[in-house]
Design a protein around this ligand. Structure first.
Ligand SMILES: [Ca+2]
Ligand SMILES: [Ca+2]
Length: 274
């Protein structure tokens, strides 16, 4: 297990050139006066050439929210590697999991870093992408957000340049290798079949609007694994069909893709009577 230092963040304090709103409420607890987002003019948490830090705990009983900052909630640059944004984090929403507290330029932005894990619980209401990765040297960043919605950009954006379509053979290069997202090749009712990178994790999300367009969202609900040939099939729970979902891939090295487009909706022709 790799060594980690624990980054304790206190509002107004510096931590690796960082400051953040930092709360320890119970889930569902309302935000009382005096505990609203403090917000910094620039980034909430800023890592520069800083490795192996934990940002947030792994316990949703004690969520941490990072919101109301002028720039990004969490920003990693200068070769910041192997950092972990914990599953208890709320970026752009207050500790009641509802009140918007967006960060001006995005939830989490990795500008130059590899091997980072973003396991945030909710990323919402931010200007720009929920989570973005830029820099051609930024590789193998794992980007798994349970609830990612109501950001002005994409939920996940490799390149921070809007939707990046798949390329045949996935030989392109760039942030996270511009890993291709999974594709649906057939569907019938709740059964969906498709392709992804070989042995990749295929993550299923409820699509909110269009996850490949600004403002689209994605809520995670389950995952499966593609086989060595990149084939997968799954029966969706809860009455979902292929028209309801968006997909994301994560390869063995940890790199995560953008969200897939929703498959084209059913075409209903107007009924013409004479
Ligand atoms: Ca992109
Ligand atoms: Ca690609």
């Amino acid at each position: 297990m790799r060594p980690r230092s624990f980054l304790l963040l206190v509002a107004g304090a510096l931590a690796v050139a960082a400051a953040a709103a930092w709360l320890l409420p119970s889930p569902g607890q309302g935000v009382a006066a005096g505990t609203a987002a403090l917000g910094n003019a620039r980034d909430g948490v800023c890592l520069f050439n800083a490795d192996n830090n934990d940002i947030g705990l792994g316990n949703l009983s004690y969520p941490q929210y990072i919101g109301g900052n002028g720039w990004r909630g969490v920003f990693m640059s200068g070769g910041s590697d192997n950092n972990h944004v914990g599953g208890s984090n709320l970026l752009g929403v207050e500790a009641d999991w509802a009140t918007p507290a967006g960060n001006g330029l995005g939830g989490v932005a990795i500008a130059d870093g590899s091997g980072n894990e973003v396991f945030a619980h909710m990323v919402a209401n931010n200007g720009g992408a929920g989570v973005s990765v830029t820099g051609n040297g930024s590789a193998n960043n794992e980007l798994l957000v349970n609830i990612n919605r109501d950001n002005t950009g994409l939920p996940i954006d490799l390149g921070n340049d809007g939707f990046t379509p798949n390329d045949i053979g996935d030989g392109d290069t760039g942030p996270n290798g511009l890993l291709n997202y999974p594709e649906i090749t057939a569907h019938a009712g709740s059964v969906v079949t498709g392709t992804a990178c070989a042995n990749c994790l295929v993550l299923f999300y409820d699509a909110l609007g269009d996850p490949t367009a600004p403002g689209g969202g994605a809520d995670f609900f389950i995952s499966t694994v593609a086989n060595g040939s990149g084939q997968w099939s799954y029966t969706l729970p809860g009455g979902r069909t292929a028209y309801d979902i968006t997909l994301q891939a994560r390869n063995a090295a940890g790199a995560s893709s953008e969200m897939s487009p929703k498959i084209p909706g059913r075409l209903y022709l107007p009924l013409i009577t004479r």
